[in-house]
Design a protein around this ligand. Structure first.
Ligand code: NAD
Length: 462
């Protein structure tokens, strides 16, 4: 087939590998997860280095954000795989007895995982853990922007796995488009809402089921707090981890007006303690992925009063942790996902009005709420639709492999991590096996049973 490029050729081989049935046994899946664990543990140094080349990731952030959480995912999967895979026996109605009714959780087949550049390892390998656990073959298409990590990932996967089982295809959007056209059996996409819409349209063409992990504007509502210092520290950490390039980072703060000055003062203090007087010299502060994104952030900050930070250096892909005083909900910075270390602070006097503003920005991936008032907690919970809700904290939900992760509406659809990931990468197949011992002949034509009699016995038959 001379006209096929390399990517096209490969998906065919994967489909054949899946059809061989090898990936389905518990032993195969467990051993593949052990192999993935070995890949991470034996190559952690090289992996961390590649994230440092792309994003200047601090070692601790690279290890925790990229690798530690995947190792935890593997641990949870290995411990629970047998239980998750258990065939469920359900009741068999009289009309089809004697027989056996079962629900099996079965893999889709060849799954395509398309990932972004901000956590290039985690966002490729965490879904892969679930894909393997459920018994699929996988093709990973990492981002073309995180060049070093994507090529490191490709070479490690090649070294540790049979390419007919798991492989990485590097390149730009055209590679994804090409792979989708070959009809993978399931698609797991992590990226922007704009591209997510295109991916979903392409999947609709072939009826490929999919999960979308998208972005959006995550509000951080500060309503009341007895411990504003701890609140500020938690917000600053969540915002400036990986220089704000985290899909579930607080995008902006909306604070009750009487608390604003104290909160800003505490945020400045926290930033100073984290990164010192010159964050550019701190080994604990990451860089922006590209010059273009650095310039985009600079543009977004323009026109707002800088309360802290405000240094932009595109040649060094550096943006300092920056707090901005924002008063206009219609400013460009309030229209798009920031995805960088700019933290707008808006104030409110009416919680109701502020919730109405938040609602207009689409469904967030997560909502951060700082309050000790249960009435406010219930109000926010019941008013805003979001993928998750974090109260008096940031980032905590991602640290648990037992909490399903994902968005809703404009921030995506579907869930993963732990059991939720296993269920996402498999589907429930109903299975019924009937005995030849007895046959309910009255169901066959010519129908002799009167309708009146049938109506009477129906409730007992089903
Ligand atoms: P992106 O959407 O530009 O790209 C993501 C991936 O899609 C890349 O691999 C890219 O090559 C590919 N792609 C681009 N155009 C495509 C097309 N037309 N068809 C198919 N694939 C295509 O996103 P990005 O800039 O890499 O990442 C940043 C975005 O990702 C932010 O919006 C962020 O919020 C989001 N994100 C979401 C999560 C989550 O879990 N919800 C996690 C990380 C990042």
């Amino acid at each position: 087939m001379a006209h096929l490029n390399h990517a096209e050729y490969h998906l065919e081989k994967q489909k054949a590998f899946f059809a061989s049935g090898k990936t389905r046994s518990l032993e195969f899946r467990k051993s593949a997860l052990q192999q993935l664990k070995a890949l991470i543990e034996k190559n952690a140094g090289e992996i961390i280095q590649s994230t440092q080349l792309d994003l200047g990731k601090p070692e601790i952030e690279a290890y925790t954000g990229e690798l530690g959480l995947i190792l935890n995912e593997i641990k949870i999967a290995l411990k629970n795989l047998k239980n998750w895979s258990r065939v469920k026996k359900v009741r068999t109605p009289l009309i089809i007895q004697p027989g056996r009714s079962l629900i099996r959780q079965v893999p889709y087949g060849v799954v395509l995982i398309i990932s972004p550049w901000n956590y290039p390892f985690f966002l490729s390998l965490a879904p892969l853990v679930s894909a393997i656990a459920a018994g699929n073959c996988a093709v990973i298409k990492p981002s073309e922007l995180s060049l070093n990590t994507s090529s490191c990932l490709a070479s490690l996967i090649r070294k540790y796995f049979d390419p007919n089982f798991i492989t990485v295809k590097t390149g730009g959007p055209e590679v994804s488009v090409n792979l989708i056209a070959q009809r993978p059996d399931f698609l797991f996409f992590t990226g922007s809402t704009t591209v997510g819409k295109k991916v979903m349209a392409a999947c609709a063409e072939h009826l490929i089921p999919l999960t979308l992990e998208l972005g959006g504007k995550n509000p951080c509502i500060v309503n009341d707090c007895t411990n504003i210092r701890t609140a500020a520290r938690r917000i600053a950490w969540g915002k400036f981890f990986n220089a704000g390039q985290t899909c579930f980072a607080p995008d902006y703060i909306i604070v009750e007006s009487s608390l604003k000055d104290r909160l800003v003062a505490e945020l400045k203090l926290a930033i100073g303690k984290f990164y010192g007087k010159s964050p550019g010299k701190s080994p604990d502060y990451a860089r922006i992925i590209s010059e273009a994104h650095t310039n985009r952030l600079h543009q977004l900050a323009k026109g707002h009063t800088v309360l802290s930070g405000g240094t932009f250096d595109s040649s060094k892909k550096f943006v300092s942790p920056t707090i901005l005083d924002v008063t206009d909900w219609n400013a460009p910075i309030m229209k798009e996902e920031i995805f960088g270390p700019l933290l707008p602070v808006l104030e409110y006097t009416s919680l109701q009005e502020s919730l109405e503003h938040i609602l207009k920005l689409g469904e967030p991936l997560t909502v951060y709420l700082f309050t000790e008032d249960p009435v406010v907690e219930n109000k926010v919970r019941d008013t805003i639709t979001s993928g998750s809700l974090n109260i008096n904290t940031t980032f905590s939900h991602i640290m648990s492999g037992h909490l399903p992760f994902g968005g809703v509406g404009s921030s995506g659809m579907g869930r993963y991590r732990g059991r939720a990931g296993f269920e996402t990468f498999s589907y429930k197949r109903s299975e019924f096996k009937r005995s030849f011992l007895f046959d309910t002949t009255f169901i066959y034509p010519p129908y002799k049973t009167s309708l009146k009699f049938l109506k009477k016995i129906m409730p007992f038959l089903f």
